[in-house]
Design a protein around this ligand. Structure first.
Ligand code: SF4
Length: 120
């Protein structure tokens, strides 16, 4: 029990949360990306923040890139680093199935979800 009389779990956390509170398993990144104010998750890069370095095509990166290098390690033929901005951009759109698979893998691996595919 805590001071309010509420039961606590093994780790000292409240067991009986009010029913209107949600426990969200995803990391909140951007409040404007979701519709739920308590639990939101950025799903993909934002077209309005698309970097101008990206070549034309469906895959792109946006300005939330943190230069973690993941995409460039996974798909060095597709992603490049801009030395001035420190952000990755798409230097070549994937064409073959293997390249598309690598672009998708990089998109899934990007922790900030800075890689997008607008389907165009
Ligand atoms: S994986 Fe994402 S955050 Fe990391 S360098 Fe590539 S675009 Fe930027």
């Amino acid at each position: 029990m805590d001071r309010t009389g509420e039961r606590l779990g093994k780790r000292g956390k409240r067991k009986n949360r009010p029913p209107d509170r949600k426990i969200c398993a995803v990391i909140p990144i951007r409040r404007d990306a979701g519709t739920d104010t308590d639990c939101y998750r950025r799903v993909m890069a934002t077209l309005s923040e698309r970097l101008t370095d990206n070549v034309a095509g469906r895959y792109y990166t946006d300005s939330t890139c943190i230069d973690c290098d993941q995409c460039r390690v996974i798909a060095p033929e597709i992603f490049e680093r801009n030395a001035d901005t420190g952000m990755s951009y798409v230097k070549k759109q994937p064409i073959t199935d293997a390249e598309v698979a690598l672009a998708e893998e990089a998109m899934a691996a990007c922790s900030t979800e800075s890689i997008g595919n607008d389907g165009q």
